[in-house]
Design a protein around this ligand. Sequence first.
Ligand code: NAD
Ligand code: GDD
Length: 322
Amino acid sequence: MKSALVLGAGGFIGGHLVKRLKKEGFWVRGVDLKFHEHAETHADDFVIGDLREQDFCRSIVDRGFDEVYQLAADMGGAGYIFTGEHDADIMHNSATINLNVADIAHKRNIKSTFYSSSACMYPAYNQEDPDNPNCKEESAYPAAPDSEYGWEKLFSERLFLSYNRNYGLRNRVARYHNIFGPEGTWDGGKEKAPAAICRKVARAKSGDAIEIWGDGLQTRSFLYVDECVEGTLRLIRSDCEVPVNIGSEEMVTINQLVDIVADISGKKIEKNHIPGPTGVRGRNSENTLIKEKLGWAPSQTLRSGLEKTYEWIEWQVRRNAA
Ligand code: NAD
Ligand code: GDD
């Protein structure tokens, strides 16, 4: 039986990844600071601990794992990473985890490892035009991410690639573009736009206005979590040695995102644009390289993912209210 280690298994993508690996017949160990907040874990073994601690890291990365997924990070949406208030923690916590994991994976001769980077590592100067952002993988340099979160991701990509070059680690790097879906953070300050908008619409009455940060003309693409997991598995098992985007190419404005969610809810929703952390003006995945390297790219519509996500968040809102 194959075995996998999922670091950050108590989080959103990690939780979905564990489920998928179990369906594939893997024996899975999940590791996190906490249990999953929104679902029972499907892992065979779930270890609570702090990956910033070297000794703890040593204790959970066994020699025999076929696949190790490094998803643990100090992360959140625009309200967490663009305010500047958490910069030191974000950089220290995530870099320390990655320094520990890369080194231990090498020393334990792990056959295949995966690191989850982010589209936030792309230069801000290529994301000023909302209609034409450039997030091709080759556009990463000269580096100029617009957040410390993005700088840490770039550093850690380079860290894992160095272990590949110098020690023959077989690590793969994905640059995720705003992943959404059920069982993700939907409240509390770390949630991203799709979950925040679903929550606001679910709490609104028809005819109400909901608050939107900025003028709503900033653009993004959002990828449903099942396709993120699919791409992750295809990438770790591929011979692709360079970082690749895992994201959707269906770019929308935040106002359009609100309109889709409102339509799904069946409510008439007005928009109240307020000042808030907005990040780059435009961002979209560019999928030429993933098609070339993996012969695959995400294809689901934003609307189909939002239908499932809205249903789940509406249920959370009703449950909380009760
Ligand atoms: P998440 O916050 O839901 O999951 C991350 C998990 O890491 C959390 O459960 C957290 O408790 C755990 N963690 C943090 N510090 C830890 C520590 N010291 N020891 C052990 N566990 C620790 O985030 P997610 O959305 O599931 O993202 C997973 C990965 O993908 C992260 O590295 C994130 O930066 C990256 N990513 C996510 C997105 C997205 O849109 N969700 C986009 C780009 C990149
Ligand atoms: N979170 C949130 N909440 N965003 C809102 C809201 C709201 O209520 N209203 C409008 N927005 C706007 C933000 O201002 C931003 O311009 C846009 O929606 C997208 O915000 P997020 O989804 O929070 O983050 P992001 O796309 O800027 O960055 C995310 O994606 C990266 C990968 O592409 C973050 O989750 C990063 O952690 C991630 O790496």
